[in-house]
Design a protein around this ligand. Structure first.
Ligand code: SAM
Length: 329
């Protein structure tokens, strides 16, 4: 196992990403090698009761914000029940990241279950390109999902686009304008050197380059993060202060220093950092209904959190062997 540098123990994790399932119906070129890269056995995944224990334990350990992700969280058969349950806990934030292939059906039930915010991953508005980047995905299906999310009236819909040089980098402005027209907040992500992303190191477009390409649309100055809302930094549109673009610099500036995030893989492993496979198994505790045990395990996992002063996150060598959909990207 790779020896991590100094440990950070000062504050408990406040934010958690739950990989509800490692399954996904797309295979994006920066995420998976292909569609046959292997899933956990079904019995290895936590069932809904175990997830409830896991979440109670996380909350007992100090977690205040939960994001459902995966894999593709909308493939989980009980996704609406999970959202309903999270809504009973008085958390500061419950959000979801999805590829939107199932959002046409699920947007309204999720909204009715209390989900306030949704992030939709969409890298291109060109159907052929979408099929290529996702290895077989259908753009129409996703666009219907976006429409359903807008019609459902979520408080906020964001779009996440990973920008890959030579693939969709000529589409940045189109994605931004398209999002703004719909009241969606666009966010542009650098390819991170995690999993398959490590094979695209020579195709990273940095946030600085993206900013330069959008300079005619955006006010200049320092990009600002939202309080307690992750690493994205935003610039405001010149023509309208209510419109903005977020940049996520997973490669050019790995923002590990302020990271208060823990991840839970679909088998219940607690993962303190996206850039390593190190973790602490808590699936057996969750399955056994042991809330206090989970809370103690969370504290233990947190002592494994790399020190953000020295750790370079997703640019560390260990990141290439991490499965983004397994760990909860
Ligand atoms: N299936 C859901 C989705 O598509 O949003 C949730 C899981 S997916 C792993 C979460 C996010 O990670 C997506 O926005 C995806 O584009 C992003 N992602 C995956 N691999 C990445 C990489 N190597 N670099 C940057 N972003 C990546």
């Amino acid at each position: 196992m790779y020896a991590l540098p100094v440990i950070q123990t000062a504050a408990p994790p406040r934010s958690v990403r739950l990989s509800l399932t490692d399954r996904c119906d797309l295979a994006c070129i920066y995420c998976r090698p292909d569609r046959r890269d292997g899933y956990l056995d079904p019995e290895e995944r936590l069932d809904v009761d175990a997830w409830k224990t896991m979440v109670h334990g996380l909350v007992r350990a100090g977690v205040r914000r939960v994001r459902l992700t995966g894999g593709e969280p909308l493939l989980h058969p009980a996704i609406v029940d999970v959202v309903t349950f999270l809504g009973t806990l008085g958390l500061d934030d419950v959000a979801l990241t999805t590829n939107a292939t199932r959002l046409a059906k699920l947007a309204r039930p999720l909204r009715d279950a209390g989900l306030a915010r949704v992030n939709i991953s969409l890298d291109t508005l060109d159907a052929d390109r979408f099929a290529r980047m996702t290895r077989g995905g259908e753009l129409d299906v996703v666009l219907r999902g976006v429409d359903a999310a807008l019609a459902a009236g979520f408080d906020e819909v964001k779009l996440n686009a990973v920008v890959v040089r030579g693939e969709n980098d000529d589409e940045i402005e189109r994605l931004v304008r398209w999002s703004w027209e719909r009241g969606i907040v666009p966010r542009l992500l650098e390819v991170m050197q995690v999993g398959e992303g490590a094979n695209l190191a020579d195709r990273v477009v940095t946030a600085n380059e993206m900013r330069a390409r959008l300079a005619h649309l955006l006010v200049s100055g320092e990009a600002l993060a939202e309080v307690d809302r992750g690493p994205a930094k935003y610039l405001v549109a010149r023509h309208d202060p209510n419109k903005r673009v977020g940049f996520i610099t997973g490669t050019s500036d790995t923002y590990c220093k302020g990271c208060d995030r823990l991840r839970v893989a679909s088998d219940g492993t607690l993962r303190p950092c996206l850039a390593t496979n190190d973790g602490l198994g808590a699936g057996h505790l969750a399955r056994g209904g042991d809330v206090n045990g989970v809370a103690r395990a969370v504290e233990g996992a947190w002592t494994m959190k790399p020190d953000g002063e020295h750790w370079k996150g997703c640019t560390e060598k260990t990141a290439a062997s991490v499965s983004m959909r397994g760990i909860g990207g």
